[in-house]
Design a binder for this molecule. Structure first.
Ligand code: TYD
Length: 206
């Protein structure tokens, strides 16, 4: 029997507090003896990390933005994600294609059908096994982002942009309820950690 890995993604608006919980889950899985590949998008390979720099900081039109992020995703899937899953690793990815639908589709208003076509070409049917969606009101998320931080092109957007991003994430979840776990990210870090722990136990991913 060939090994099958697990592909888990974390999603949510900027300031939702994903990082602490990604760190904790990565550590828990390592302690349980799994091979863990922790990665992120945009990025995850040398080429895709170069594209990330352009994507986050250079002005461009929405189609260019979508093509760049999918170009990086193609490389990431081929170089890192697919080989890891084939050897049975557990892949933990900070953002994936749901972010493209939410930010480029919802936030920027780019055509969701075109994004669906790109998703189909680039991913050849690959989808995360499970997606943790960190959900909270944009005003709460904005207050959490450090004032000292130099915002990238997305973090610099106004609250209405993040309302659209949030609504699009929630619509993705409504369309594919079995793939998503909704995390109430407005709660305390301890409470969020417990929501994640329970979701993982329920799905045999603890
Ligand atoms: P992230 O790595 O979460 O930011 P940071 O490391 O600064 O916390 O994500 C980078 C930004 O890119 C984030 O604002 C969301 C955006 N993004 C898109 O617009 N489309 C995408 O497909 C992805 C993966 C991210």
């Amino acid at each position: 029997m060939s090994p099958t890995g697990r592909f888990i993604t974390f999603e949510g608006i900027d300031g939702a507090g994903k990082t602490t919980h990604l760190d904790a889950l990565e550590q828990a899985w390592r302690q349980a003896g799994h091979e863990v590949v922790r990665t992120r998008e945009p990025g995850g390979t040398p080429l895709a990390e170069k594209l990330r720099g352009l994507f986050l900081h250079d002005a461009m039109d929405p189609l260019t933005e979508a093509l760049l992020v999918f170009a990086g995703r193609r490389d990431h899937l081929q170089q890192v994600i697919e080989p890891a899953l084939a050897r049975g690793a557990w892949v933990l990815c900070d953002r994936f294609t749901d972010a493209t639908f939410a930010y480029q589709g919802g936030g920027r208003g780019f055509d969701l059908n075109v994004l669906g076509t790109l998703e189909h070409w680039v991913q050849a049917g690959r989808q995360p096994d499970l997606t943790l969606l960190f959900d909270l009101p944009p005003a709460v998320a904005a207050a959490r982002l450090s004032a000292a931080r130099q915002p990238d092109r997305f973090e610099a957007q106004d609250q209405a942009f993040f309302e659209r991003v949030r609504a699009t994430y929630l619509a993705r979840r409504a369309a594919q309820p079995e793939r998503f776990v909704l995390i109430d990210a407005a709660r305390s870090p301890a409470d969020v950690a417990e929501q994640i722990r329970l979701a993982m136990v329920e799905r045999g991913l603890a």
